[in-house]
Design a protein around this ligand. Sequence first.
Ligand code: NOJ
Length: 762
Amino acid sequence: MLDTRISRRAALMGAGAIAAWLHSPAHALLSQAATVEVPPFIDALIAKMTLAEKAGQLSLMASAWGGSTVINPASGSNANFEQQVEEVRKGMLTGVFNGSGTHMCRIMQTAAMKESRLKIPLIFAADIIHGHRTIFPVPVGEAASFDPALAERTAAAASYEAAAAGIDWTFAPMVDVARDQRWGRTMEGAGEDVHLGNLFAAARVKGFQGASLKAIDTMMACAKHFAAYGAAEAGLDYNTVDVSERTLREVYFPPFQAAFGAGALSAMSSFNEISGIPSNGNEWLMRTVLRDEWKYQGFVVSDYTGDMEMIDHGFAADAREATKIAFMAGVDMSMTSGFYRDHLPDLVEKGEVPMARVDESVRKVLAIKAKLGLFEDPFRRIDEKREAARSRTKATLALSREMAKKSIVLLKNEGDVLPLRKGGQKIAIIGPFAAGQHDLNGPWCVYGDNKLAIDLETGVRNALGKNAQITVVEGSQVEAPLPGGIEAAVAAARNADVVLLAIGESERMSGEAQSRTSITVPAPQQALAEAVAATGKPVIVVLKNGRALALEGAVKNAPAILVTWFLGSESGNAIADVLFGDYSPSGRLPMSFPREPGQQPFYYSHKPTGRPNPSDEKLEEYKTHYRSIPNSALYPFGHGLTYGKIDYANLTPDKGTLAWDGEIAFTATITNRGTRAAEEVVQLYIRDRAASITRPVRELKAFRKIALAPGASETVRFVLKRAQLEFIGRDLKPTVEPGLFDVWIAPSAQAQGVHSTFTLTA
Ligand code: NOJ
């Protein structure tokens, strides 16, 4: 049953142990990594395989059903489904991705099992990023819930639906840390922070994979994109990455370690180069670190034509060389390019690639197919009735609404303009996202249908019923003015008591290849906002966005701002839940909203400089700040308001020092002085005052979400141990140094909250 399922790790470890496990450093998580047992029949099977069949098992193709996929550039080689089925008969492919349901899977799997020489089952993969037909909020939205356990449930629900449609393997989670909001794929990860990223990476893997990969409602997860894809220069997708090994180990690697520690058995190599070496050709990355150091037992698939792209990178002269480089570097499986099946056999025959290496990769792929139960029953996930029965069930839609309302972040609520009364006032819903079945699911849904999702107008009408007094005006297109739009919007605003201004980014403005130079609300919508604000009516900005935005003018100055991302199937209902106070917002920013676009890349956990500016209120000459603004966020990581009034007091350590093998506990009293219930995300940050490697000004180490009735107080207790103070030392290994640490228990990365210090003793 969907809601009562427990994960394999939970079953093995118990819930308390799980929480402790998730709070250990990423390298420690790896001790839990999944193992791949190779059943004896696999080697016997490999012994029978021709070189071409082996290369086939290492070649994954975009599904040719219905033509080439619209998600990626067409590959050419998959133009025809009949031809693809013929390739199955010949053992030329290991499986396909982004296909089309059980009917297609059955045709292909039948060809593999009845008509191919060795009857090796196909694997069906897909980009199930945040839901299959029931769409959950985009991953960065889910991260804003600060509720990894809930993300585990949405991932499990995605598996429940997608596995019923024949899918064995999802290309998710994306665990790339994103610190430059110009990058469009910010929306696909968990934001800027390593700790939050680790928790969501592990939770999603556990959700997708469940208790057993053989279960008919689980899929194998794929941690992507290995590595540092989010560190692209200037936030430009696919661009060069040049980061130190320390930063790789401290920032970009840990979420992968967390994903593997949670049991992920596949990884996707990234498109980018790191310091001159494309990931697809980076033996250090994929063998030394991933296999030798981390003991990863799963396989690596290239991201799309990543092997081929090494030619354009100027790293391989031609297809044959690109094949050799990628394969020898540790990319087991090639996606889409067809390079492995075209060139691997010849490379082996000429002695340039050892057969033992090919067998090693084939063994892994076949053993994982066995682990997925495909050899026992190749049709286990292919059941037309189950596919229909499990599509968009009441339970998954309810879960989508729950996650959606918990993903919404209230940035600002001057004069308690929110929540709105239900009825008795005229509401103008203005903006390109006010109404209409578009831009609800987000940019990265292969199977979701916006036509089935709830838009803002419908959500508000559902909430108000017959009390609704609503006018809806588009006002502007997303990136172009609408003739007469502003005039109509102003007239509607004048005639209303309150305005919901639904503006921001369309689906086309974030996601893959959608980097932006300026992360602002597009100019025509900004003009609309200015005109509507000038009416003097209270404006509630309902922001749609896949990234952090730099808010300006009337948008920034509106009395209330809600960040609503792309919330999926239940978008409008979830927003209405928050607007009318049926739910007191509890989401927190997983990435900082800067003051101005030029601050990118921006993240709260930055290093101090030798000339810190003393305060945001005073810009001192020759101190670190821009000419016009302090270098802090307008709304920092961790920020988000509730409908309560939350107060932090009495930070009390249980001792002044943390002994080397001991622990130290901090308690703080959190009180809701407001008149409405609230859920507060209480966050614990530290700073290592002086170390042999400079340390960030703050680092999130723990958080807890607590429910507070009006007037209620709770004493929240956090325990710190030495392991949580680790950093990557001069020898590039995890280390801890004794000394003085700051600790804050606070409502955001920039808020003072309550502060104390402690010493770690040797
Ligand atoms: C390219 C994307 O980078 C990757 O995330 C995705 O899984 C593949 N295409 C397959 O669609």
